[in-house]
Design a protein around this ligand. Structure first.
Ligand SMILES: Cc1cc2nc3c(=O)[nH]c(=O)nc-3n(C[C@H](O)[C@H](O)[C@H](O)COP(=O)(O)OP(=O)(O)OC[C@H]3O[C@@H](n4cnc5c(N)ncnc54)[C@H](O)[C@@H]3O)c2cc1C
Length: 480
């Protein structure tokens, strides 16, 4: 595809969320039209929309994801910062792990912003690329193979008073439209209907793996200057049988304060209930932040958080010219903040594959789907092994898993006693920057042996998070 002199190629991307936009950025090039179809009427500015029901929940962009997006869209990070996204070094977050508070240390930058802002800025950058357009009010209802002399695919969409960009024709009387495509990318998220469409194409059902710890989010927005809280953000790690949560600043002078819990520990949907939930956590920091300023609107809740992957990579006879990315392929429990980063890494793989071979060619799409499945294996393992415990399922008894679980808990204990080397190593794995094998580096083993022999030292004190907290009183332990 896209070779000099070749005819214009039509790529249709189903879904203009984060994964769809990133796939479009990866595939945009001369000689190609990339059309993103979305069921929503997409807003002109950074506004929540129905197709992204998680839009009012906190979203952070991991460092690895930021780097991957920068690779596709140079300058994106600066663009987002200029729009007010809050850059935060993860070592400056007040982080309460299972073992205790972690030390302040230079780690890596993540960007904090509302989901509408992230998506709006990404959409602007992608639409500035040649040949890319987005068409709202197009709910894709089906996928058909083209007949002889026709394009490879027809993508059927139901329209509702649709408006669109240049080059699109009118909808027919029934309010439907068929979009021709040489290459189709399904990026319609958790709501993807690809299994039904594949069935219609005569393919067997792909295996689906699921692990749903029934994690729920409940979020309020609090008006507070970013520097009012004595840390760049607060994270209380959710533990089996106990809730957790976070408080993070966003671009517009607000903080999002979120309670997170699994199963019976899910936070309630009403404000008094959420306040009680936050006050009952291992530390009352989030309750205090939520009470420190005026609130904006209601409690926003979200409970569609299960891990689910479709094993399209194992499906025999995967159709040429069809790709699938983002949550439509792998949806992860959002607690680990990896979804957009995985979508960005997949987009990088698309771009690489596109440079290597015609993506519509024999077996090329199947190779990309397998490649994406491989890259998501690690985030999947990280999310599901932690969620097994949250779901109350028995731990894996595989020796390697038992050893890793024990070792990570030991490293956690080191960090809670101020070991910044262990802290940075763990953070880099969590940020998908280093492989988990780095956690077994002899240097870390040596530090653990030293702590065992000579003692762990004092635990990291709780940071002072709000001005009215007095070091040494109650849960308040000291400054950092
Ligand atoms: C509560 C919560 C918090 C999260 N926090 C983070 C975080 O901090 N960091 C992070 O990296 N990730 C986070 N995520 C995950 C992140 O939101 C997703 O992984 C990411 O948005 C995936 O993008 P996507 O494009 O695959 O799906 P989505 O962003 O959901 O987009 C799907 C798009 O497809 C459209 N669509 C659906 N069906 C159709 C159809 N039939 N026809 C046309 N269009 C259709 C929708 O309108 C939507 O625009 C969070 C998720 C949740 C639920």
């Amino acid at each position: 595809m896209g070779s000099p002199g070749a005819q214009q190629q039509d790529v249709v991307v189903i879904g203009a969320g984060m994964a769809g936009l990133l796939a479009a950025a990866a595939l945009a090039r001369d000689g190609r039209t990339v059309t993103l179809l979305d069921r929503d009427d997409l807003p002109d500015g950074p506004e929540p929309r129905p197709g992204v029901p998680q839009g009012r929940q906190p979203h952070l962009l991991l460092h690895r994801g930021l780097r991957a997006i920068e690779d596709l869209l140079p300058g994106f990070g600066d663009n987002l910062r200029a729009a007010g996204a809050v850059p935060v070094d993860t070592g400056d977050l007040a982080w309460l792990s299972a073992a205790g508070w972690t030390p302040t240390v230079r780690e890596v930058e993540v960007l904090l912003a509302t989901r509408p802002l992230l998506e709006h800025r990404l959409r602007q950058c992608v639409l500035a690329l040649p040949g890319v357009r987005v068409v709202g009010n197009q709910r894709v209802t089906g996928l058909r193979r083209g007949g002889p002399g026709e394009p490879r695919w027809w993508v059927d969409a139901a329209t509702a008073g649709w408006s669109d960009g240049p080059g699109a024709g009118p909808a027919d009387d029934a309010g439907t439209r068929a979009w021709p495509a040489h290459l189709v990318v399904d990026a319609s998220g958790r709501a993807s209907r690809l299994p039904t469409w594949l069935d219609g194409l005569g393919l067997p059902a792909a295996q689906v793996e699921e692990l749903d710890a029934r994690v729920g989010y409940a979020t309020v927005r609090v008006r507070l200057p970013a520097d009012r809280v004595g840390a760049r953000g607060v994270v209380l790690l959710q533990l089996p049988g106990q809730g957790g949560g976070l408080a993070l600043p966003t671009e517009d002078g607000w903080w999002t304060v979120t309670g997170i819990g699994a199963g019976e520990q899910r936070p309630p949907r009403d404000l008094p209930g959420l306040r009680t939930f936050l006050a009952g956590l291992r530390d009352d920091a989030l309750a205090r932040v939520a009470a420190a300023g005026p609130l904006d609107g209601d409690v926003a809740t979200h409970r569609q958080t299960g891990n689910r992957r479709h094993r399209y990579d194992r499906l025999p006879g995967w159709p040429d010219g069809l790709l699938v990315v983002g949550d439509a392929l792998f949806a992860l429990d959002p607690v680990y903040g990896q979804g957009i980063t995985v979508a960005a890494l997949e987009a990088q793989r698309l771009r690489r594959a596109d440079a290597r071979e015609p993506l519509g060619g024999d077996g090329a799409a199947a190779r990309v789907v397998r490649d994406c499945a491989r890259l998501a294996e690690l985030p999947w393992q990280m999310a599901t092994s932690a969620d097994r415990e949250l779901a109350g399922l028995p731990r894996s008894r595989a020796p390697l898993s038992v050893l890793s679980g024990w070792w990570i808990a030991e490293l956690g204990r080191l960090t809670a006693h101020g070991d910044t080397v262990a802290q940075v190593a763990m953070s880099r794995v969590y940020q998908l920057l280093d492989p988990p094998t780095t956690l077994f580096h002899p240097r870390l083993v040596a530090r653990w042996l030293r702590a065992r022999a000579r003692g762990y030292g004092a635990p990291v004190p709780r940071p002072v998070l709000l001005p009215d907290e007095v070091p040494g009183v109650g849960v308040v332990g000291g400054g950092r």
